[in-house]
Write a protein that binds this ligand. Structure first.
Ligand code: ACO
Length: 322
């Protein structure tokens, strides 16, 4: 049987750190409110001249080194992001060229916080179909550039970063199942109001910022993420008792706790980075995976569930053996 397996991971976080105490000086909020409602304590923010592809390149270099893979071995690049450098060429194409990866399919996925999970699922299918043997998948975001820094409802939540994985074809079990979904009926609850064909004139004005009805998003996220976790386990025929780690999207500690509870998983088996990274959208899951592997908690052979939920709404999960 052919599998795709993650054989290397990496992450990049911008230098600048913004703490909750820094935010207290910018908007009417408090460290206490942010920590208790979201779990966030600090977040990294890109420099004005830094772009998503800059961060992708750095995270990818670390992942390639970890996997012992040379750029010339990579046969496909998939990048999940909601904050690409340009409308086109896509982020994957920019990164392919900058890393010296030979000409290959370069795919961008754009499902807000779920983009990386979509990317892994696509890469898995290409590998299983025999279309590629080695794929670079990245989730990256400079989402702090899409925020209204006067809006306390959103500016306290988000952070920037990039997480990368190398997926390789393998005879040993790797990705066991993936599950993807989306429902556009919720589009008004979480969106960015500017696009290439709609209201582009708003770009760079106060009207161009992430719009979110947080408490409504919260309710659907809790329900959906619980279901998504259970569905991918059922698809793979794996019991929740066999799960070693949950690597969830890091939007809110309370959403993560609810998902862990649904899986009867103690919080000791959940990788948490929300306190240090905030919600980094597409970057949150691959960066949390990298943290868990590098600090020695997630070990080879263990069963790991990754899941995410984002604007659209979109959602997805990946169950794998590392
Ligand atoms: N500081 C202080 N008070 C605040 C702040 C703040 N930063 N933000 C909001 N408040 C106030 C509100 O104004 C409100 O005050 P009121 O009662 O006087 O009107 C009160 O706090 C409660 O507001 P709620 O929105 O009901 O607070 P809630 O407990 O729902 O927490 C939060 C808000 C943290 C946004 C939460 O709803 C959440 O995490 N939602 C989900 C976000 C998410 O998962 N997004 C998906 C991924 S993002 C993507 O795809 C790009």
């Amino acid at each position: 049987m052919t599998y795709s397996r993650i054989v290397g991971t990496g992450r990049y976080l911008p230098e600048k750190i913004l703490t909750n105490f820094d935010l207290e000086k910018m908007v009417d909020t408090s460290d206490e409110w942010i920590r208790t409602r979201t779990g966030v304590e600090r977040r990294h923010c890109v420099a004005p001249e830094q772009t998503t592809s800059d961060m992708c390149v750095e995270a990818a270099k670390v992942a390639m080194e970890d996997a012992g893979v040379d750029p010339t071995e990579i046969e496909m690049v998939v990048i999940g992001t909601t904050s690409p450098d340009l409308i086109f060429p896509n982020a994957a194409t920019l990164v392919q060229h900058r890393l010296g990866i030979p000409a290959c399919p370069c795919i961008a996925t754009e499902e807000a916080c779920t983009s990386f999970i979509y990317g892994v699922s696509i890469a898995d299918k290409f590998i299983k179909a025999g279309e590629a043997k080695c794929v670079l998948v990245i989730g990256a975001e400079c989402i702090t550039k899409l925020i209204d820094w006067n809006d306390r409802n959103t500016c306290v939540l988000f952070g920037d970063g990039a997480g990368a994985v190398i997926l390789k074809r393998s005879d040993e079990p790797g990705i066991l199942a993936t599950h993807l979904g989306a429902d556009g009926q919720y589009k008004e609850l979480l969106y960015y109001p500017v696009g290439a064909s709609k209201d582009l004139y708003k770009a760079g004005t106060d009207e161009a910022a992430i719009m979110m009805t947080g408490n409504e998003v919260f309710k659907v996220a809790v329900k959906t993420l619980g279901n998504v976790a259970v569905e991918v386990l059922e698809k793979a025929g794996v019991s929740k008792d066999d799960l070693d780690w949950l690597v969830p999207h890091q939007a809110n500690i309370r959403i993560i706790q609810a998902t862990a509870k649904r899986l009867d998983l103690p919080m000791e088996k959940v990788i948490l980075t929300v306190q240090d990274h905030g919600n980094t959208s597409a970057a949150s899951v691959p960066m949390a995976l990298d943290v868990g592997i590098r600090d020695g908690r997630i070990k080879k052979g263990q069963t790991v569930l990754m899941e995410a939920f984002g604007g659209g709404f979109t959602w997805g999960s990946v169950l794998m053996q590392l």
